[in-house]
Design a protein around this ligand. Structure first.
Ligand SMILES: CC(C)(COP(=O)(O)OP(=O)(O)OC[C@H]1O[C@@H](n2cnc3c(N)ncnc32)[C@H](O)[C@@H]1OP(=O)(O)O)[C@@H](O)C(=O)NCCC(=O)NCCS
Length: 102
């Protein structure tokens, strides 16, 4: 299928609005294209990701997530349909590592 997930993207508050988030997203998308990706999905801010061409796609959903914050960007103009599941790695929250260190 060659669709990927992107994010979460986060920039420390004192560095926001300096183009860092934009650079991270553009680099991420560029790397996905190098992998011959067909597109990618993410959960994110309802306004921010539209700047990069992401859109809410009818029929493409992520269960339990409001449609207005679930976005997809197609690299070839075609969108799959159905319920999207993200890789287990997206569930990482850093707490496991912290517990192991402590
Ligand atoms: C969202 C976030 C990653 C943006 O990073 P950033 O480095 O501040 O953004 P940039 O400076 O690269 O901004 C890129 C563009 O988006 C705009 N923008 C930035 N934050 C925005 C927001 N919250 N809503 C709408 N537009 C926004 C900028 O004005 C800029 O527009 P331009 O290209 O027309 O000049 C950052 O604000 C953040 O970490 N927020 C908290 C975490 C979060 O909400 N992450 C998103 C969920 S994955």
């Amino acid at each position: 299928m060659h669709w990927y997930g992107l994010g979460p993207v986060s920039v420390l508050p004192e560095y926001q609005r300096h183009g860092i988030g934009k650079a991270l997203i553009q680099e991420g998308l560029s790397r996905l294209k190098d992998l011959d990706a067909k597109g990618c999905c993410l959960v994110g801010h309802p306004q921010y990701y539209r700047k990069f061409g992401f859109e809410n796609v009818t029929g493409l959903v992520h269960e339990g997530v409001p449609q207005e914050v679930f976005f997809a960007l197609s690299f070839d103009g075609h969108f799959p349909q159905g319920d999207v599941m993200f890789h287990e790695g997206f569930k990482a929250n850093g707490q496991q590592g912290a517990a192991a260190d402590g």
